[in-house]
Design a binder for this molecule. Structure first.
Ligand SMILES: Nc1ncnc2c1ncn2[C@@H]1O[C@H](COP(=O)(O)OP(=O)(O)OP(=O)(O)O)[C@@H](O)[C@H]1O
Ligand SMILES: [Mg+2]
Length: 313
């Protein structure tokens, strides 16, 4: 276990930002923290990294109480804050040096690590330019670079892709995946379903300061949504075909419209092969599936749509 937070309560005046939040980050995973505006994601990260004290609950990192070993623990984590933390007028390279030095790096090691980080984040060409001349996506990438100079064991990213261009976003997602492949455990906060679906091995859905769902993307969509639909297009189907499909385990309904059969099953039935067996005597023109998405799951769990992200961040 890399992180363990138990029963965390955090209040701001009368507002409860974290309401007995309990979560774990396991070694080697990319854990997604998904939740709407004000859900408490950033507050959870601030408590986790010791930037703010909780009113109740326990936080341990690498099996140790944060309070007891703060300095030692902080060296093992890298945090990419939601709000950019860069020196706007210092060249990109010097921003990286600064953060590297903070973590006790120096000499040839600092230089070679800087070059490496610039390279993997696609910033080598602009290494001498200050971030004030950068696009939003370049600033975000540099912000990430600053957090990984010291090769942290745990990398925490708080919405690192809000409001940036698709190339930078893709670059960042690939970078996170690569860091994870090299052994870094990742905690990734986002509003974007497709990002979480793409890179996270496990997802926690947070709402109003509590964890309301925990599982892989597949598990969450399966447990939350109980139906899934397959549309099968068959040339000249026999009138008996819908009935034989209805007899397949898990099938709830089979609606026919000419040569198009819309089959609804209990989620997770895994009965497509049986349907296709039934339809096999006929010419199958097409099969399309409608899978529940994490977005559907989120909506079902919270009754709220996730903010789109993007503007005004
Ligand atoms: N310093 C603060 N003072 C007062 N209230 C705060 C403070 N920081 C956060 N809050 C409140 O706590 C709640 C949780 O905020 P938090 O920033 O953790 O949410 P979030 O999930 O990170 O949201 P977002 O997606 O917008 O970043 C919100 O209602 C917010 O207004
Ligand atoms: Mg936040």
């Amino acid at each position: 276990m890399i992180v363990s937070m138990t029963g965390i309560v955090k209040r701001y005046a009368r507002h409860t930002a974290l309401d007995h939040l309990t979560m774990e980050v396991r070694k080697g995973e990319v854990l997604g923290l998904l939740g709407p505006n004000g859900a408490g994601k950033t507050t959870a990260i601030r408590v986790l990294t010791g930037l703010t004290a909780a009113d109740a609950g326990k936080t341990a990192l690498f099996g140790q109480e944060m309070r007891a070993r703060a300095a030692e623990i902080k060296r093992r984590i890298g945090v990419v804050p939601q709000d950019l933390a860069l020196y706007e007028t210092l060249p990109a390279r010097e921003n990286l040096w600064y953060f590297g030095k903070l973590y006790g790096m120096g000499g040839a090691q600092l230089k070679s690590r800087t070059d490496e980080v610039l390279e993997v984040l696609g910033l080598t060409e602009v290494a001498k330019k200050p971030p004030k001349k950068f696009s939003g996506g370049m600033k975000r990438r540099l912000n990430i670079g600053c957090a990984v100079m010291h090769r942290p064991e745990l990398l925490i990213l708080d919405e690192p892709t809000v409001g940036i261009d698709p190339q930078s976003r893709s670059h960042i997602l690939d970078f996170v995946t690569e860091m994870n492949a090299q052994g870094t455990t990742v905690l990734y906060t986002s509003h974007y379903m497709e990002e979480v679906e793409r890179i996270c091995s496990r997802v926690l859905i947070v709402d109003a300061g509590r964890v309301i769902a925990d599982g892989s993307v597949a598990e969450l969509t399966r447990t939350v949504l109980f139906e899934e639909t397959v549309v099968i297009e068959v040339k000249n189907p026999a009138p008996s075909l819908p009935d034989s499909i209805k007899n397949i385990q898990g099938v709830l309904r089979c609606d026919t419209d000419g040569h198009i059969l819309t089959v609804t099953s209990t989620a997770g039935s895994a009965n497509l092969a049986r349907m296709l067996e039934c339809a096999a005597p006929f010419v199958i023109l097409g099969v399309t599936g409608k899978r529940p998405t994490l977005e559907d799951a989120f909506l079902a769990l919270t009754g709220k749509k996730l903010r789109d992200g993007g503007e005004g961040e």
